[in-house]
Ligand binder design. Structure first.
Ligand SMILES: Cc1cc2nc3c(=O)[nH]c(=O)nc-3n(C[C@H](O)[C@H](O)[C@H](O)COP(=O)(O)O)c2cc1C
Length: 173
């Protein structure tokens, strides 16, 4: 039986090279909406998402995020910030990130998670108040190359899954 959600999870890969095709506004809207609709602890939604589309801004983000210079080549990017006073901010914002990445992939749009906190330069550049921490910047765009063909480099199932007790055999019937 086919399961579109599982297939999206199974095939999604980190995309770091983008072609120059623009992404339609309704697709961009669905990606941001997927972030907004994500679940959060006690439904507090302690996040803010900043959409960056201007080339100058994308170039600036590529320079500010040391581990994501390729953001400069993306069609657009989303800065994901969470309120520092939220105990669950990292988990909540991470869940929103996954929603956006999977929704994009479902539309044929590639993306990646770039950076991990300590992105105060990004926060200041985007005018995000000090009460927020920038968790990551997500570049989005159509992939420049076909990737992976559904293959992922992951630990074997039996190494990361146990049944009933830790390290008991993971045979599912
Ligand atoms: C929390 C987190 C932080 C990451 N940070 C970066 C990053 O700063 N730069 C980057 O290029 N990729 C980053 N990645 C992407 C991972 O390196 C990538 O997903 C992983 O190597 C597996 O590759 P795959 O998704 O193509 O299977 C991050 C992923 C996660 C989940």
């Amino acid at each position: 039986m086919s399961n579109a959600v599982f297939d999206t999870v199974r095939t999604v890969l980190a995309v770091r090279e983008f072609d120059q095709r623009p992404v339609a506004g309704d697709v961009v809207g669905r990606i941001l909406e997927a972030g907004r609709l994500s679940a959060s602890s006690m439904n507090k939604q302690p996040w803010h998402f900043v959409l960056v589309r201007e080339r100058e801004g994308l170039a600036r983000l590529g320079a500010l995020v040391r581990t994501g210079p390729y953001i400069a080549e993306a069609a657009f990017a989303v800065i994901v910030a969470y309120r520092r006073d939220s105990r669950f901010g990292v988990s909540d914002a991470s869940r929103a990130i996954q929603s956006m990445v999977l929704t994009a992939w479902g539309e044929g749009v590639g993306s990646n998670w770039a950076g991990f906190m300590g992105l105060d330069g990004v926060r200041e550049w985007a005018g995000i108040p000090e009460g927020y921490e920038v968790l990551a910047v997500l570049p989005f765009g159509y992939p420049a190359h076909q990737l992976g063909r559904g293959k992922k480099n992951r630990l074997p199932f039996g190494e990361v899954v146990s049944v009933e007790r830790y390290r008991a055999s993971a045979e599912l019937s």
